[in-house]
Design a protein around this ligand. Structure first.
Ligand SMILES: [Cu+2]
Length: 423
């Protein structure tokens, strides 16, 4: 049994007068200096897998029932506006099931931006954590899910054959959040960009994690808590973002009770997210001109201006007012880069190659999602490539800022991943 991490607040939450907002912590927040999830959480995950199947209340389910539910309801909740709210509900129900085993648990999240430059060395894959690549038959044989089965399709072992390159850095992710003026822009970018990148690389060509069977791998819930944190960050950046949705907010979320509107506010669901070293300051342009803290947002000129210059030769800075409007950006990108990517001529520093570990300071681009993964997951290739191009531009912008060093730079890697996986 672990120690409870509650922040007590007075207010109305879950119908109680004295209320508790539980804090979901990153994998780096458990023990100072590395990314191991606390043992009591891992133990509960194993108990969730081992216990018999439950009934109607998802809090009574076992692990395999969650994996099967993600599979059964896949088409409604991927590539649609339901992506964020349904997965928020899904992780919440999973967290409740863990709490039925150990009430002190809050669902951890994996801040993979901090591991973006060398994901294969993430402490997440340590044998005292979630374990690494599958061994014989690609079956996962170390970590919390050593020897686990996967119930999807036909019973087999849980597989992972990771193929790592780079994830989205804190800078690339923050830039995508900043450029999302509406829910659709955020959803298009995050599901097709950073979210898909982690699924594709951790699962590889054989792994459950790279398919709609992904919830058979317990890393799923840390990954989707991070995705949920991204939505909640964007929601709290502008007052108008909190209830912003692209479809009917009264849409149901089967098989769970409740509608989308019920999950807009994480505080109403009695949880919030810790900050992480991967959190960079947001500068979202709010539709009503006001950030939720009442401070008028500043346009993120430092990258927007250079991005614009990269896209439109001779662009003058007055055009800056158009940046952040997604359509303008994308039109400009395809006009200037019909055949792919090239470094802005004003820049001198190109991103290091994916496998170049000699440059400890500059950021690598997020690795492109392979075509086979896009096809297998029925993703929209245009959205994937547009997101990747924007992320590459943002990365170049930061790399060409004098003296800038990302919290995710390899130089800092061993400060948060020091369990010996990084060579
Ligand atoms: Cu996912």
């Amino acid at each position: 049994m672990g120690y409870p991490y509650w922040i007590s607040t007075v207010g109305l939450c879950c119908g109680l007068l004295l209320t508790y907002i539980s804090l979901r912590r990153s994998n780096f927040n458990f023990t100072f200096g590395h990314g191991l999830i606390a043992g009591y959480v891992l133990k509960a995950v194993q108990q969730l897998k081992a216990r018999p199947a439950g009934g109607n209340d998802p809090a009574t389910w076992n692990f395999d029932q969650f994996a099967q539910t993600h599979w059964d309801y896949q088409s409604n909740n991927h590539g649609t506006p339901m992506f964020f709210p349904w997965h928020r509900m899904f992780v919440l129900q999973y967290e409740k099931a863990l709490r039925s085993i150990d009430p002190s648990i809050t669902q951890p999240y994996w801040d993979w931006t901090l591991d973006s430059q060398h994901p294969q060395s993430s402490d997440i894959f340590h044998s005292q954590n979630f374990g690494g690549n599958g061994q014989s038959g690609n079956c996962v044989q170390d970590g919390v899910s050593a020897g686990w089965s996967s119930v999807i399709f036909k019973p087999s072992c849980l597989k992972r054959c990771s193929s790592f390159s780079t994830f989205y850095s804190p800078e690339a992710l923050t830039g995508l959040i900043n450029q999302a003026l509406d829910y659709k822009s955020l959803h298009d970018a995050i599901e097709n960009g950073p979210h898909a990148s982690v699924h594709n690389q951790v699962g590889g060509t054989c792994g459950d994690f790279a398919s709609m069977a992904s919830a058979a791998d317990p890393i799923f819930f840390l990954h989707h808590a991070m995705v949920d944190k991204i939505w909640s960050k964007w929601q709290s950046a502008c007052t108008t973002n909190i209830n912003s949705f692209e479809a009917d907010p009264n849409s149901p979320m089967p098989p769970f009770n409740g509608v989308v509107n019920d999950v807009f506010d994480t505080n109403g669901l009695c949880y919030s997210y810790s900050s992480s070293a991967g959190d960079l300051a947001l500068s979202v342009s709010c539709p009503n001109g006001k950030a939720s803290n009442g401070i008028p947002p500043t346009i993120d000129n430092h990258w927007a201006e250079e991005l614009l210059q990269a896209l439109i030769v001779g662009a003058d800075s007055q055009r800056i007012t158009f940046i952040g409007k997604r359509d303008v950006q994308i039109e400009a990108i395809s006009a200037y880069h019909p055949n792919g990517y090239s470094l802005n001529e004003n820049y001198t520093i190109a991103a290091p190659a994916f496998d170049d570990l000699s440059d400890l300071v500059h950021l690598r681009h997020p690795a492109p999602i392979p075509d086979y993964h896009i096809k297998m997951m029925h993703m929209n290739e245009t959205l994937v490539r547009q997101t990747e191009l924007i992320a590459m531009k943002i990365t170049d912008d930061y790399n060409n800022r004098e003296g800038y060093c990302s919290p995710a730079a390899l130089k800092h890697f061993n400060k948060h991943n020091h369990l010996g996986l990084y060579q």
